[in-house]
Design a protein around this ligand. Structure first.
Ligand SMILES: CC(=O)[C@H]1CCCN(Cc2ccccc2)C1
Length: 361
């Protein structure tokens, strides 16, 4: 069986293959509620054969949404609509996952197709918060309010409550969003964090928010279920976070109970000129982190080809892959990959309703 289609056991959860659907913002909610769009968008990727489907960045508080249309799990009423989606995904063989997030200074923005820019406070937007009163820049140029230590504790409590609601909704895989220039990454990166208290300055201080938040969530998330994190392991920019620092952070998260790292990069400033874009460009860095920390990994970014994905796993560079845009192009990518890799009975990746018919020539 090709490596891509071998099962993957993580704690008490077993993925039927190594293909994950990356969390992808849909900007399609009202007051955070998932709806028929999310049910079809996520359900169809479970039907298409992915071993893991992760729900988009779901806000732990209303002001933690990137846009007013982001999904959220900051209300108890959010649980049941998400539970319906998680049940369906599980019924069709995908492990139901969810990413919980706070957008920090990148919050209060328009949808990408409506400008991707900040919305003025009082005109549909809201005041943003961050470790320091430093704007992201570009079209997200609102200056955030510097968080007090009480604000920090409040957001950490919101992450804990969001984790508890995620469990109640039936999710079995939780990913903390520590990447892409959102709140946790803003604390981690010297490019965004100029604090002079115990949450800023030294490496120890800059990782404090991440370590405290992770530990608080670990304490409420069952040990038998994977607790994972997506981390921007490099800012690519002088003065930003480095892979070397991130290896030390990952070691500490692993010691604190991290079960897998979803390796990502960048986006703490508008400058993406240093990013070495290209097919699978994050696989070598993922491999290094996996090697040097021993943490199971998910590799993402510009992975599109079945052989490319299979080789990354076969060659021990990562435990699994997470696909985003490729899954938008083709929800049935896992089935097509199985055919491409010569998996016997590839049609059985699909639900019973389809399998025989799909096999027939
Ligand atoms: C929530 C999150 O992490 C998402 C939001 C949308 C942009 N994503 C990052 C991204 C940037 C440029 C091209 C593709 C993807 C990050």
């Amino acid at each position: 069986m090709p490596s891509l289609f071998q099962e993957f056991q993580l704690k008490d959860v077993r993925l039927k293959n190594r293909v994950g659907v990356s969390p992808m913002c849909q900007y399609s909610s009202e007051d955070g509620f998932p709806n028929d769009w999310h049910f079809v968008h996520l359900g169809s990727r479970a039907v298409g054969g992915a071993g893991l489907v992760i729900v988009e960045a779901t806000a732990v508080s209303p002001e933690g949404r990137i846009s007013p249309a982001d999904s959220g799990i900051y209300l108890d009423e959010h649980v049941e609509p998400f539970a319906r989606i998680a049940r369906f995904m599980k019924q069709y063989g995908a492990v139901p996952g969810i990413q919980i997030a706070h957008a920090g200074r990148k919050a209060s923005a328009n949808k990408p197709w409506e400008g991707d820019d900040h919305i003025e406070t009082g005109k549909g937007g809201w005041d943003t918060i961050a470790p320091s009163a430093i704007p992201f820049g570009g079209n997200l140029n609102k200056t955030p309010m510097e968080m007090t230590v009480d604000d920090i504790a409040g957001i950490q409590n919101a992450f804990v409550a969001a984790a508890q609601r995620s469990l109640a909704a039936g999710f079995e895989w939780l990913e903390l969003h520590f990447a892409h220039g959102y709140l946790a990454h803003e604390f981690y990166s010297p490019l965004a964090n100029k604090r002079t208290d115990r949450y800023g300055g030294s490496f120890e201080n800059r990782i404090r928010f991440i370590m405290e938040t992770f530990t608080a969530v670990r304490n409420v998330w069952p040990d038998r279920l994977p607790l994972t994190a997506r981390l921007s392991v490099t800012d690519w920019i002088e003065g930003g976070v480095t892979v070397e620092e991130s290896i030390e952070l990952v070691r500490r998260l692993k010691d604190a109970g991290l079960d897998l790292l979803d390796v990502s990069h960048g986006f703490v400033t508008p400058d993406i000129s240093q990013v070495p874009w290209g097919p699978g460009f994050m696989i070598p860095i993922t491999s290094r982190i996996r090697q040097e920390t021993g943490i199971p990994t998910a590799a993402g970014w510009m992975i599109t080809d079945p052989h490319q994905a299979n080789d990354a796993i076969q060659d021990q560079h990562t435990d699994m892959v997470v696909l985003a845009r490729e899954m938008l192009r083709d929800p049935y990518w896992p089935y097509h990959a199985a055919v491409a890799l010569g998996v016997e009975e590839a049609s059985e990746i699909l639900p019973i309703q389809y399998a025989r018919a799909v096999k027939a020539k």
